[in-house]
Every structure is written in C-alpha cells, then in structure tokens.
Design a binder for this molecule. Sequence first.
Ligand SMILES: C[S@@+](CC[C@H](N)C(=O)[O-])C[C@H]1O[C@@H](n2cnc3c(N)ncnc32)[C@H](O)[C@@H]1O
Length: 320
Amino acid sequence: MTSKGQVSFHGSAVAPDNFLEDVVTGLSLARKELPPKYFYDARGSALFEEICTLPEYYPTRAEIALTRQHIAEIARFAGEGSELIEYGSGASTKTRILLEALEPAVYVPVDISESALRGAAALLETEFPWLNVRAVVGDFGRPLAIPAFAGAGRKVVYFPGSTIGNLTREESLAFLHMTRGQVGPGGAMLVGVDVKKDPNLLHAAYNDSQGVTAKFNLNLLSRINAELGGDFEVGKFVHYAFYNAPMGRIEMHLASLERQTANVGSYRFRFAPGESIHTENSCKYSVEEFQALAAQAGFRGEKVWMDDARLFSLHGLVAA
Ligand SMILES: C[S@@+](CC[C@H](N)C(=O)[O-])C[C@H]1O[C@@H](n2cnc3c(N)ncnc32)[C@H](O)[C@@H]1O
C-alpha cells in the first residue's frame, strides 16, 4: 500500500459525575462493588500492559500464539478491506497481527482510556503509515457513535483479551446483541475468550509473585482519591483474588485489613475487618458455553481457534 492513512480522534472520556455516581452506588451496596472499567486511568492502563508480560499471566501469550499460528485462516474468515472495529483496544498489541494480514480499509479502536488510545495510535501511525485510524474514546457499555468511513467493506468487530469475561452474562448478551446490530447481516466478530482450566493456573495468573495485579487493583482506590476527593488509606486494603468455581469466574476484591471509614467527597463509607469491595470478575467459558451465548445473541459460531496448550480461545462469529 502506498497512500498515507489518516488518524483522527472522536468521542470523550467518562464524565467525572458518572464516575462519582457509580462509586457512590457501588459502595452503598450491602456487598460493595466497583465497575472494572474504572481501573483504566493512565497508570491502570500502564499496569495492565505490565501484567500482560508477567510469567504467570498466560492469557496474553496464549492469545498472541494462537493468533500468529492461525492468522491465514483468521484472515480468510474476516476478509480484506474491512472496517475493523476493536472494543477495549488498549495498546492494540494483538491487533498488529490482524492489521498486517487483513489490511483493513479503516481501523476503529475504541477504549475508555484516552492515554492508552493516544499511545497506541501514535505507534500505529509510524508502524502502519497506510492505515486509516478513527480512534473513539468512550464506554462500550453505552451507545457510541462510530464514525462512518466511505468505501470500507464488511464490518468486523474484534474483542480480544477476554474483556468479555469482565462482563456479567446479561451484559455480555447485551453487548453481543449491540455488535450484531452494528455489523449487520453477514458481518463478523472475533472474540477472545479465556477457557475453564486448572484453578491453580488461574489463581497464579491473578496473584502474580511480583504483585503487579495487586498494584493494578489497589490503583482504583488511588484513582478515587485523586479524581473524586477520596481519602482511602490504600495501605489498609489488600488485593484478594480467587477462582469461584460454581460461578466459573475469577473474582478480584479489595479487602479491608481493619475496621475503618473512607470518605469520597461528602459521602462516608464504613468497612468491617475483612470486608471487601468486589472490583472485577473474569468469567471463564468452555467453547460450548460461549458458542451457546453467542447463538442467543444471534451469532453463528463458524470457527474456534485455540493455542496448542488449549488455554485460550478465539471465536469467529457471523451475524445470522
Ligand atoms: C483486559 S484489557 C484488554 C486490552 C487489550 N484488548 C488486550 O487484549 O490486551 C481491557 C481493555 O478494555 C478497556 N475497557 C474496559 N472497560 C471498558 C469500557 N466499558 N469501555 C471501553 N473500554 C473499556 C480498558 O481500558 C482496556 O484497554
């Protein structure tokens, strides 16, 4: 390709009012919780990239390996000259393998983290000078305007990293329904999904020996302090992650080490010793479970690719 691509930015970051409302609502519940999308300020995004390089964190390595191994077939499935929309694109690392093989007419990375999007777009501009990039800052859990691009082919939504595992079953269904409408009949989706496996492997992946996942989790309290006038004593909370087998998910929590109170603006929250804030789920799906979920949302499961160790899956779905 010889022509020069164009890079543009659209959308806007989550308003501070929504952040405050979500924090106050979540911390007022009998079982306190916070939405995982707030992990991703600039520091959170950088810490997530560090997690991806950890020896215990197999999902990134496995997904990259399976994508490289099956890229010819993935490219045949997705087709060339498409409009490639990626939700939760972060650093767009895995996407580079697709971009080379698919040569899309336009790439639309969508992420809640403006710093991650801007960092990724700057590198893509140098590495893929021919690529048209329409970056969208926004929350994929809400209706988002995706900029139109004349002349692009089939719409293909890419959703790697098992980010879908962070959604509840209802949220996943709603998200899949939304994307099915977006890609239109015959449009496609590539979804990276972490599979059920030995709980010890799962436990290690979310309790790394260097404590990076702990820093990532605790950063949420630092972010509340910085952006919402909170006074959490971060050192009085600990990262706590375990595999909840009946629910088929890793749960991440922040547990209070003692009886304490924390203020967020004019709101006060009490914590008993050991009481936790549930900060993230990472749901694990067997191939059959995920195919059934996708079918419920109107997608036909056409292909499933896995790495040699069968740790991770990439589903090729077509809107029925
Ligand atoms: C688990 S990381 C995956 C990153 C990358 N896709 C990968 O595979 O390594 C989740 C990404 O989704 C973004 N994200 C999380 N919740 C979001 C939301 N509600 N709307 C938009 N982006 C979101 C985060 O900023 C982060 O970049």
